[in-house]
Structures are given as structure tokens and as C-alpha cells.
Design a protein around this ligand. Structure first.
Ligand code: 3DU
Length: 220
């Protein structure tokens, strides 16, 4: 059973430039109405270490996804994931291109959701990653992975891979607004959550913006 629900929602990417504003935003997000989660990535981790995970979780009262884009040998990848889970992460994100043994090493911890990147939203993803995205979707289907990341900027690729993924696997999709896709585009392509960062945290009223985007996502 996944911690993150397979239901339309928004994952807020909290890639802000300082820890104080991250915590202030997280506190604001604690009163959000709807299905939200927060993604803590390397920019915050580099500033504050893994302890930012419990701090954001406590302040926001929302599920926290650790987006370390883990991509190392199984021993190191599972060590990173363990630190994140022990700190309170509900899910961790790992790259799919590193292969089955890495993903299995994190699944074997059995400490929370495992989310696998099978394509990315930037152009360069077409150079290597997208060429094997279908193989990665097949690999995910053969494992007990909870979720995947597919890009909002490539709706054709996302919808074709969404259609072959196991029913219970949830899809998170970045690439909205700042990277060119519109709110709702990824949901139309079969995603469950849209990952949105800058368009929320750089807006004048981030909480209001998050709820406005959530409403659009639910209306798709
Ligand atoms: O472009 P935004 O500011 O909305 O942030 C997008 C977030 O999603 C950011 O945290 C980035 O690390 C993550 N992400 C992608 O943008 C693209 C991917 O393929 C995977 C993750």
C-alpha cells in the first residue's frame, strides 16, 4: 500500500533559496485544503542537511517526498534512502536508468514509497533517457514500485507510458508553467499529480496559488 494516494493532486516542489522561507512556506501550506504533498530536493538538502525533512514535515503537516534523484550503486542508494525515510520522508525518488538492483535495494528497505524517474521534462532527456523510457516502465511493472515521474512537457510520451503502467502506480509530473506546460496538461496525459515549484513559491500568494492550481487539476 502506498503512502501517497493515487488521486489527483499537487506536489509542491519547495526549491527555495533559504531555509527560513522554506519553513515559513511550509507553515502556510499546513492549512491547504485538498490533496497536496511537498517535495524536498537537493537545493534545500544542500543548505540544511537531511534534518530539513522532519522540519518541513512538521511545519506543513503534509506528506514529504525526498527528491534526491538517487542514482548510485545499491549500497549507497539504499543508504541515502534510509537516511531520508528515517528522517520522516514518506517517499523517495530514484532514477530508473540505474537499473533494477538499485530500485530493489530501496524497495527492500520497506520504509516508504519508492518513486522512479522514467523520463524527464528537459530537452536533454531525449538524448539518452527517453530512448529507454519504455524499458524502464516495463521494469517498474515487474517491481512493487509505488510511483513514477513522467514529464508534463511531453504529453505523448507520458500518455503512452501511463497506459502501460500497472493500475496502482501513481504518476507525478513536473514541467508546469516555468518549464512550459500548463496546469492540467499532465493530468490530461494520465498523471495523478502535477509537480509545481516556481509558479507557486515565486507567486505573491503561494498558498492561494497552490489552491488555484489544485482546483484546475481537479476539474480536468
Ligand atoms: O520547474 P518548477 O520550478 O515547477 O520545478 C520542477 C520540479 O520538478 C523541480 O523540483 C525539479 O527538480 C523537478 N523535476 C523536474 O523539473 C523535471 C523532471 O524530469 C524531474 C523532476
Amino acid at each position: 500500500m502506498s503512502v501517497i494516494k493515487k488521486e489527483k493532486g499537487i506536489v509542491i516542489a519547495l526549491d527555495v533559496k533559504d531555509v527560513h522561507s522554506a519553513l515559513a512556506l511550509a507553515r502556510e501550506f499546513s492549512t491547504l485544503q485538498g490533496n497536496f504533498a511537498i517535495k524536498v530536493g537537493r537545493p534545500l538538502e544542500m543548505q540544511a542537511g537531511y534534518k530539513i525533512i522532519p522540519a518541513i514535515k512538521e511545519a506543513s503537516q503534509l506528506p514529504v517526498i525526498y527528491d534526491g534523484k538517487i542514482a548510485d550503486i545499491p549500497y549507497i542508494s539504499s543508504s541515502i534512502a534510509r537516511i531520508a525515510y528515517e528522517a520522516g520522508a514518506d517517499a523517495v525518488i530514484v532514477h530508473g536508468f540505474v537499473g533494477k538492483d538499485v530500485i530493489k535495494s530501496i524497495l527492500d528497505l520497506n520504509m516508504g514509497d519508492v518513486i522512479v524517474v522514467i523520463s524527464m521534462s528537459h530537452q536533454g532527456s531525449a538524448q539518452y533517457i527517453d530512448l529507454v523510457a519504455k524499458n524502464m516502465a516495463d521494469m517498474v511493472n515487474a517491481l512493487e514500485v509505488n510511483g513514477v515521474v513522467l514529464p508534463a512537457t511531453k504529453p505523448k510520451l507520458t500518455s503512452s507510458l501511463a497506459s502501460i503502467l500497472k493500475e496502482e502506480v501513481y504518476i507525478l509530473s513536473p514541467g508546469i508553467k516555468a518549464q512550459g506546460a500548463d496546469v492540467g496538461d499532465a493530468i490530461k496525459a494520465g498523471a495523478d499529480y502535477e509537480i509545481i515549484g516556481r509558479a507557486i513559491y515565486n507567486s505573491l500568494n503561494p498558498k492561494q496559488k497552490a489552491e488555484e492550481f489544485y482546483k484546475k487539476v481537479r476539474e480536468v
